[in-house]
Design a protein around this ligand. Structure first.
Ligand code: ADP
Length: 385
């Protein structure tokens, strides 16, 4: 049988000194935030169990030590003058207000904390109690949010490409109409091959060639706009990158229930990549797969990463069990404006190819074991060298 917990029969204000001490110690043991009590010289008088865990010191290590050992930078150097200033002027900088500061663990590592200080006057003396909350996790998730947001900005830029399409169509229309006109005129001129006409013909054909180059230039500019030019690669863990990409494709409700299964072969870990650009590739491939399988029963997408035969690379494949590539587009899917979709721009795969190649990899489409299509691309493996 378990022992009945002991309860104090007396109201708190009637406890004797040893009982007060016991009560205080039980608070130090159980208070969830780290708690540090100091006197007015900044000497530590009490150090809670949570503080031991947070800072990596034992209470025995810290009692009697100056509290600035837990601080970093300017605060560590100036703590003495903060207290002096408060004792002299009574001006509250932090007491009762709370502030985010940087603290130092026993192993020297620094971390952000939310610090709140309470004050107790006992006779002539002051006791300060600091309540400390570790903000490492919060800061990490804020950083993550910021990253996600910048990704979203990039995606909205990508969707701005949609809006750009009409402007682009307009721009391309001009050189392409010119090409068509010059070629038609040339065809008609072929019927009268006198030297003068041949000269005009030559001029028209070279003009058509110039206009065709111009059209190509417009497309090239668009591609570099979307893929943001230079890539800035760094070692990135593949799994979180893929998980985030999948999460970003699940934002529309009709797609949320198509299962996406990620499998990473054991030795696959980090790749050298610009994570946002590579996510853009993965998102594009997933969206295409989802489009291809719209309305199908048992639709599923499998993403796999493995080390291919070619050393120094990681191969990522995005496979679906959709209908496979349409024969009429099979050879041209990576070319700009190749699309079978009524609303499609045919730019997605060409952008994917630009990004993958800028990373030093390759991309291709093959029939999938599941019966649909597999897009496979490679990225350089991070070998830590
Ligand atoms: P868009 O999606 O605007 O058509 P893309 O360049 O991304 O442009 O794709 C080009 C074409 O490739 C698509 O229109 C489609 O015909 C084909 N395609 C791409 N992915 C798949 C897939 N997973 N299954 C079948 N066809 C696909």
């Amino acid at each position: 049988m378990s022992e009945t917990p002991k309860t104090f029969q007396l109201p708190l204000n009637q406890l004797d000194a040893p009982a007060h001490q016991l009560h205080f110690e039980s608070i130090l043991d159980s208070v969830p935030d780290a708690m540090v009590v100091t006197d007015e010289s900044g000497t530590i008088l009490a150090f809670s169990r949570a503080a031991e865990k947070l800072f990596g010191y034992t209470a025995a290590d810290m009692i009697g030590q100056p509290v600035n050992r837990l601080m970093a930078g300017r605060d560590r150097a100036n703590h003495g003058s903060y207290i002096d200033n408060y004792m002299r002027t009574g001006e509250r900088q932090i007491i009762g207000k709370g502030r985010v500061v940087i603290a130092a663990r026993a192993d020297g590592s620094l971390f952000p904390i939310d610090l709140k200080i309470g004050e107790a006057k006992i006779g002539e003396h002051c006791l300060f109690t600091a309540f400390i909350r570790d903000l490492t996790e919060q800061q990490r998730s804020e950083l993550r949010m910021q990253e996600m947001q910048s990704e979203l900005v990039h995606f909205s830029r990508l969707s701005a490409v949609g809006t750009m399409a009409s402007a682009l169509a307009h721009e391309l229309n001009q050189p392409l109409t010119a090409v068509a006109n010059y070629l038609e005129a040339s065809r008609d001129l072929l019927d009268s091959p006198d030297p003068e006409t041949r000269e005009i013909l030559r001029g028209a054909l070279s003009e058509a060639a110039t206009q065709a180059v111009r059209a190509g230039e417009i497309v090239r500019k668009l591609r570099s706009y979307v893929s943001r030019g230079e890539v800035d690669t760094r070692p990135v863990s593949l799994r979180p990158l893929l998980l985030d990409a999948v999460a970003l494709t699940k934002t529309s409700r009709d797609r949320a229930d198509i299962p996406v299964i990620i499998t990473l072969a054991d030795p696959v870990d980090k790749v050298l990549a610009d994570p946002i650009q590579v996510q853009q590739v993965v998102i594009n491939l997933i969206r295409n797969a989802m489009d291809a399988m719209a309305g199908r029963e048992n639709a599923r997408i499998e993403i796999r990463a493995l080390l291919p035969e070619e050393r120094g690379f990681v191969e990522i494949s995005v496979c679906d069990n959709g209908p496979g590539l349409s024969p009429e587009i099979k050879e041209t899917i990576f070319k700009p404006f190749a699309t079978t979709k009524a609303q499609g721009m045919g730019l997605g795969l060409s952008i994917c190819q630009t990004i993958v190649e800028a990373h030093g990899g390759t991309i291709r489409a093959v029939p999938a074991p599941l019966g649909g299509t597999c897009f496979q691309f490679t990225l350089r493996q991070d070998t830590g060298k």
